[in-house]
Design a protein around this ligand. Structure first.
Ligand SMILES: [Ca+2]
Ligand SMILES: [Ca+2]
Length: 217
């Protein structure tokens, strides 16, 4: 009586697609090698897919930080661009800086006199021990006050800056600047902004941007 193994080998020899009968069939070692190779390929594919997913997630997270940073600094810049430079209060000359600016917009002339809009301000407000939000306010402190939050993820200090040591730690020509920092020279206002958020693993990612605007009046 033929064993199943012998029948398999004979069938393999009979196949026109096979080479010599000496090459037909698989030894246990060949099967083990094939299984090991298959396992290694599967593991590598899983690693590549996993790494790809992580990179895509990290990229999307970083993009959301960049979006918040650009949107916020654009809003601050547009608000200050319309300000009357003679009615801007708060920003000092560099290397000092402020985290608040108060201003009024010049609406136009009436009988040769400049007509101003309501008082507005942009300020950093602490929400946790080391983080805060950026608020725009109209008629601040008044019963008619209106306010809008432009960002919720602004750290207490600009990236890599150490507060209250009277040093420019991050070498950007500002000393002890906050996560939102204003300076002013003539009609030009310099804005520095950092946005920082923690990802799912608790790792903090931060981006910063500088914008220089010139008041129209
Ligand atoms: Ca600095
Ligand atoms: Ca410092």
């Amino acid at each position: 009586m033929r064993t199943p193994s012998r029948r398999f080998r004979r069938a393999a020899c009979a196949s026109p697609l096979r080479g010599s009968c000496a090459q037909a069939g698989f030894t246990l070692i060949e099967v083990l090698i094939a299984a090991t190779v298959f396992l290694l390929i599967t593991l590598n594919v899983n690693l590549v897919v996993s790494a790809g997913r992580s990179a895509a997630t990290a990229g999307a997270f970083m993009m959301s930080i960049e979006d918040e940073l650009h949107l916020t600094i654009d809003r601050v810049s547009l608000a200050l661009m319309a300000a009357d430079s003679r009615e801007v209060d708060g920003p000092p000359l560099a290397p000092a800086s402020s985290e608040t600016v108060r201003f009024q917009t010049a609406l136009g002339l009436n009988d040769g006199r400049v007509v101003h809009g309501p008082v507005e301000d942009v300020r950093w407000m602490r929400t946790t021990s080391d983080e805060g939000q950026i608020q725009w306010r109209e008629n601040p402190g008044d019963t008619t006050e209106r306010s809008v939050v432009w960002s919720n993820h602004v750290p207490i200090a600009f990236q890599a800056e150490i507060l209250n040591n009277f040093d420019d730690d991050n070498e950007n020509d500002l000393r002890d600047e906050a996560g939102l920092a204003f300076t002013m020279l003539g009609r030009t206002i310099d804005i520095h902004l950092t946005v920082a958020r923690e990802d799912d693993t608790g790792h903090e990612l931060a981006r910063n941007k500088r914008s220089v605007v010139t008041c129209r009046n």
